[in-house]
Design a protein around this ligand. Sequence first.
Ligand code: AMP
Length: 603
Amino acid sequence: MERFATIRKLRSGNASVPNMTDYVTERARFSWDEARRSLDGLPGGQGLNIAHETVDRHASGGRRSHVALRCLPRHGARTEVSYGELARRSSQFANALDGLGVTRADRVFVLMPRTSWLYVSVIGALKHRCVVSPLFAAFGPEPIRERLALGGARVLVTTPDLYRQRVAPIRRLLPELRHVLVATSELAAGPLRETATAIPGTLDMALLLEGASDTYVIGHTDPEDLALIHFTSGTSGPPKGALHVHDAIVSHDATARIALDLRPDDVYWCTADPGWVTGTSYGIVAPLAQGVTSVVDEGGFDAERWYGVLESEGVTVWYTSPTALRMLMAAGSEMARGHDLSRLRFVATVGEPLGPEVVVWSEDTLGVPAHDTWWQTETGAIMVANYACMDIRPGSMGRPFPGVVATVLARDDQGNVLLNADGTAVEAEAGFDGELAMRPSWPSMFRGYLGDDERYQACFSKGWYLTGDLARRDADGYFWFVGRSDDVIKSAGHLIGPFEVESVLMEHPAVAEAGVIGIPDPMAGEIVKAFVSLEPGYEAGDDLRLELLGFARKRLGPTMAPREIAFDQQLPHTASGKVMRRLLRSREPGLARGGTATTEEGP
Ligand code: AMP
């Protein structure tokens, strides 16, 4: 029985008619080729480039003066950047890269907070046909070093503080990293700029741009040319670099229109960290493709300030995380009532289960229900969503995007996909759990893992892409999240690979072995807990616990570091000698089969 009633949408007489008015009709008529035709392509039939579709085509058309970015810096005054200005600055950056000898397909990494420099760097590097890879500003030096090395970074764009704290200590380990460019404050805040000449081994972005031409003609770009590498975490081994191509813009443009219901005059706010795939796909690419105004807020979460931003910026479409909404809920609805949120038309979330109580709270407190969307680094764009035109079943992820064929595949006890007599995969019936899978056919689907074809091939079975998530469908085709089928941890929307955390813990001389799992947390969904066995001569106790927590935090950064450590000289092992995380999980009170916090409501 469903505890939360379906939230019905007004179908007529509503002043705000969604871009997609009927799901079934759109699904029947949608084609990716037609979606591709709504983009421009590079002038003269030179191919398809994300930078042109997101910025240059607006700058050379009617939206030249339209505000692309409304930047709210941590300190100082709000600034606005038009599409014309963004085109100009990103061209300067592309020319500056050229001047440094950086060429097509070179890897440009971006370790930046949310400022206009982030946009200038990403768009400029894509213009120059470099491959961009964003990093989390919350990462400690070790995850940064590992990703820069794996990705063969040639250029890094960052801030003076991040450089000094996280990159300078590891710079000598990265011989391939030729140029570190440092950007200080907002574009308009020139006089406040701290010049990077004071930081040996770096170049000042603003000075570089000043000397560069602001016209740049994008060279021929094949839609299949590599554009972005997003690092994500797996159960074992180092982080995986998911490869994405310029053609992905077709998915971002279409999903922004249909799943986020973006319209030209919207003021849009995506709160995702730029290091996460959502921060790029829906923080940079999708809103710019639609030509809307994005709020770019450098500050972190603060309930009172966030309500203030929604109100003062007149945000109409908001893409955020369930953790953020839960934190607003915890701050109390009174706080919301002090703000005029009447311009807010559409709220959506991603990254972790959106509990039904949060959907209902959102409708009561923000005036609109939160719409859950599901996707992952590998799929590159939204795959399953609750659409503006569709009734919401609180707790459900929604229905597949038009143009995407999704299913639930039946699995045996070992987690293998079950096969029919003719060799095809068995699709689970409505109401039964299985692995969420999709037929790969959409443009933003990843094209491989950097240097690891075996792992890439292992993601497919019988023509289906296996997501690693467990789900079920109801009789009406709504999908419900059940949990992860593997050991990865989701904390406040961040995907954390236990192996990466275990490896760092085991570098401490006291640690003989480590097993890392996610345990439930009311606010973050899950937090990281480590079980460690000690080398002879070390004593378990609070002093050592604190030392290990600090050691991990310094190396990994606050997002990935364990919050809890338990000492256990008898860690359970598999026959091949690996720590059995599944057994560690089963010892924790309140953990479900997959170990991931599950959505309680269901069909
Ligand atoms: P990432 O690749 O870091 O974006 O993480 C993708 C993973 O986040 C998915 O495989 C899911 O496990 C989880 N996830 C994303 N969206 C949702 C959602 N709406 N509900 C539940 N889990 C989600």
